[in-house]
Design a protein around this ligand. Structure first.
Ligand code: G6P
Length: 606
C-alpha cells in the first residue's frame, strides 16, 4: 500500500526521493508525489499513474531543496487524481501518510470552520491543517506535531516538513510501519528498510506511538507520551543488488526461480543435517495445546489451509483456519491454553494484526510465521518462526508461500512428535522428503517452457477452474488466486469432490480445468472427476506424476509429469507449476505482472 520516503540531506533530495519510491513501487500505488522546501517554501510535484510520470514531471520542472518527503498512494479516500495525491500541504506544512485517519470528517469540519481551505478529498489533508492550526497558535513544529498526533484516531505512518525549517523532518507511527535510517550527516524515513537500501543499512524501527525529530546527523525519538526514548539500531543486510531483477524479466519470475534456494535455507534454519528438529523455543507445549487457530490473509491464508491438513493428519491437533478479516469480528470463543498462529509475508497486514490482538485478549499464545522479522506481527507475537524467503517484491506472492509451507510442515512434524502421533522414523522421512524438494523443483523449473506453451491457450480463456483434493485443495484456491491477480482471468478453485455440486454446470469446450492430482490415496477419486470433465468436452490441464499420468484413464487436453514424492510434500512441489502457469498466462496477455492493477503487496489498512 502507500509508501513513504523522507530525506534530510546537504544535497538536493528530489531524485533520491523518487529513487526510494521506486523501491516501494512493489507495494502497489496509483499516484505519487514529492515535496521539498525551495527557499523555505513548500513546493510539490505530483502525478497520477506510474512513478515514471512523476519522474518526467520532475525532469520538466526540477525541484531543488535538501529536505523532502515522497509518497506512492494507493487510493482509499478519494479517487487517484493529482489533487488527492500526496504530499498534502498548507502554506506551512506538507505531509505524507500511510494509513487511515478515522476521525478525519470531524477534524475537517472543525478546521474548515476555522477557515482552513482543503484542496483534496483525502483524510490525510486534515493532518496538514491540524498541525498548521497549532503552528498558528504559536507552537513550535515539534509541539504542534505532538499535539496534533494526540487528536488523530486510526492508523498512520507520516512524514512532515515545515516551511521555513530546512533542517527539520518529523515522522510518526501508529499502526503502520516506519523505519528510520542513519546516514553520514543525512537522515532518512522510509516505510521499510528496502526503500532506504542504497542510502544506508543502519536502521531503527519506530515503536507504536513513536514520533521522531530529525535534524542534520541527529534523531530524537519520542514515545507516545512525548518522553525521549532510544530505539535500537539494526544493521540490515539488504543491498541494492538483492532487490534487483537480475537476469529475469520480472521480480515474480525471479522469485519463482529462487524457491529451491530459499526453501533449502528455511529448512536448514529449522532442521539439522541429520533431520533433527532445531526449532526456536516455543512458549507452549504442543502436547497440551487443545486447538490451533490459524489466521492470515490472501496467499498466506491458503498456506494456513494446507497447514490445517498437516497438523490434523500428522499431530491429530484440531485446527481452525480463518481469514483474518472475518476472524477479527466473529467473536469466536477460543479455548484456554490455545495457540493462535499468524501467517504473513509482510508482518504488517492490518487484519492479521487485529486478529492476533483479539486472540491475545482471549488469552491465546501467539505464534507468528513471518518473512520480515522486525515487522509489527513479529513484535506482537510470543514466538516467531521466520521464513527465510528474502525480500519478496512481486505483488503475487510465490517464494513467501512455499517458505511458509516449509515452516508450517516442520511445525506440524514437531507437534506430531510432541503429541506422540508421529514416530521418529516417519518424522525423519518427512523431513527428508522436504530436503529433496529443492532438487525436484529445479527439475520442474527446467521444464518451464512446456508451461509457457500451455499458457498461450490459457490466455484465451475467460474462466478457468482449478480442482484438487486434500492438502492440494488450498493450492487449487491459490492457483486460481494467482491467475486472477496477474492475468485478470476469472478463476475459481474447488475441491474436486464438489464438482458435481455446482461448477460442473460451467464445463464446456471453452473452459480449461486445471487438475492437481499426484498419484496418492485420493487419486482414483480425482481421476473420476477428470473423466466427468472430459465427458462434457472440458479441457483438462493435468499436473500429476508419471504414475498418475499413466492411470488417469482418459486423455487430458494437456498434461505434465511432476517428480513423484512423498504425498505430504506435494503442496510444495505442485505450487511452482501453478505459479508458472499464472505468470506465463499473464505474460501472454501482456499485463503488468509485478504490479497488477488495484493490488497492493502489503495491505496495511482494513
Ligand atoms: C496482499 C498481497 C498478497 C498477500 C496478502 C497477505 O493481498 O497482494 O500477496 O498474500 O496481502 O499479505 P501478508 O503480507 O500478510 O502475507
Amino acid at each position: 500500500m502507500c509508501g513513504i520516503v523522507g530525506i534530510l540531506a546537504e544535497r538536493p533530495v528530489a531524485d533520491l526521493l523518487v529513487d526510494g519510491l521506486r523501491r516501494l513501487e512493489y507495494r502497489g500505488y496509483d499516484s505519487a508525489g514529492v515535496a521539498t522546501l525551495v527557499d523555505g517554501v513548500i513546493t510539490t510535484r505530483r502525478a497520477v499513474g506510474k512513478l515514471q510520470n512523476l519522474a518526467d514531471r520532475l525532469q520538466q520542472e526540477p525541484l531543488p531543496g535538501t529536505v523532502g518527503i515522497g509518497h506512492t498512494r494507493w487510493a482509499t479516500h478519494g479517487r487517484p487524481s493529482e489533487d488527492n495525491a500526496h504530499p498534502h500541504f498548507s502554506d506551512r506544512v506538507a505531509v505524507v501518510h500511510n494509513g487511515i485517519i478515522e476521525n478525519h470528517r470531524a477534524l475537517r469540519a472543525e478546521l474548515e470552520a476555522k477557515q482552513h481551505r482543503f484542496k483534496s478529498e483525502t483524510d490525510t489533508e486534515t493532518i496538514a491543517h491540524l498541525i498548521t492550526d497549532y503552528l498558528q497558535q504559536g507552537m513550535t513544529p515539534q509541539a504542534a506535531t505532538a499535539t496534533a498526533l494526540k487528536r488523530l484516531e486510526g492508523a498512520f505512518a507520516i512524514g512532515i516538513i515545515f516551511a521555513g525549517h530546512p533542517n527539520l523532518l518529523i515522522g510518526a507511527r501508529r499502526g503502520s510501519p516506519l523505519a528510520l535510517g542513519y546516514g553520514d550527516q543525512e537522515m532518512y524515513l522510509g516505510s521499510d528498510a528496502l526503500a532506504l537500501a542504497p542510502l544506508t543499512n543502519c536502521i531503527s524501527y519506530l515503536e507504536e506511538g513513536d514520533w521522531i525529530e530529525l535534524t542534520p546527523g541527529k534523531a530524537v525519538v519520542h514515545d507516545a507520551n512525548d518522553q525521549v526514548v532510544e530505539r535500537k539500531i539494526h544493521q540490515t543486510n539488504l543491498s541494492g543488488a538483492m532487490i534487483g531483477k537480475g537476469q529475469y524479466r520480472h521480480f515474480m519470475l525471479k522469485e519463482i526461480f529462487e524457491q529451491p534456494a530459499v526453501i533449502g535455507d528455511t529448512l536448514a534454519s529449522l532442521v539439522t543435517a541429520d533431520n533433527k528438529m532445531a526449532l526456536p523455543d516455543l512458549p507452549f507445549d504442543w502436547a497440551t495445546v487443545p486447538r490451533l487457530t490459524i489466521v492470515a490473509c490472501g496467499t498466506a491464508y491458503y498456506a494456513g489451509m494446507v497447514a490445517k491438513y498437516w497438523f490434523e493428519q500428522l499431530a491429530h491437533l484440531p485446527v481452525e483456519v480463518d481469514i483474518a478479516s472475518e476472524f477479527r469480528y466473529r467473536e469466536a470463543p477460543l479455548p484456554q491454553g490455545g495457540v493462535t498462529l499468524a501467517v504473513s509475508q509482510s508482518g504488517e497486514t492490518a487484519d492479521t494484526l487485529a486478529a492476533i490482538s483479539y486472540a491475545k485478549k482471549q488469552g491465546q499464545k501467539i505464534l507468528a510465521v513471518v518473512n520480515v522479522p522486525q515487522s509489527s506481527i513479529a513484535r506482537q507475537a510470543d514466538a516467531v518462526v521466520p521464513t527465510l524467503a528474502g525480500p519478496e517484491i512481486g505483488v503475487a506472492s510465490t517464494k513467501a508461500y512455499t517458505t511458509q509451507l516449509t515452516v508450517l510442515l516442520c511445525l506440524a512434524v514437531a507437534a506430531g512428535v510432541a503429541r506422540g502421533k508421529l514416530d521418529a522414523k516417519r518424522a525423519a522421512a518427512i523431513l527428508q522428503a522436504v530436503r529433496e524438494v529443492p532438487a525436484q523443483l529445479n527439475a520442474v523449473l527446467r521444464d518451464e517452457h512446456k508451461i509457457q506453451e500451455l499458457a498461450h491457450h490459457l490466455a484465451e480463456a475467460r474462466d478457468v477452474l482449478y480442482l484438487a483434493r486434500g492438502a492440494l485443495y488450498p493450492l487449487a484456491l491459490e492457483g486460481a488466486l494467482k491467475l486472477k491477480e496477474i492475468s485478470y482471468i476469472h478463476a475459481e478453485g474447488y475441491p474436486a469432490g464438489e464438482l458435481k455440486h455446482g461448477p460442473i454446470a460451467l464445463i464446456d469446450e471453452f473452459m480449461p480445468v486445471v487438475v492437481l492430482a499426484p498419484h496418492d490415496a485420493l487419486f482414483e477419486k480425482t481421476a473420476s472427476n477428470v473423466q466427468e470433465v472430459v465427458a462434457r468436452g472440458g479441457k483438462v490441464v493435468l499436473f500429476s506424476d508419471a504414475e498418475g499420468q499413466a492411470k488417469i484413464g482418459t486423455k487430458p487436453f494437456w498434461s505434465m509429469a511432476l517428480p513423484a514424492s512423498d504425498p505430504v510434500v506435494a503442496p510444495l512441489l505442485y505450487a511452482v507449476p501453478v505459479q508458472l502457469l499464472a505468470y506465463y498466462t499473464a505474460l501472454a496477455k501482456g499485463t503488468d505482472v509485478d504490479q497488477p492493477r488495484n493490488l497492493a503487496k502489503s495491505v496495511t489498512v482494513e
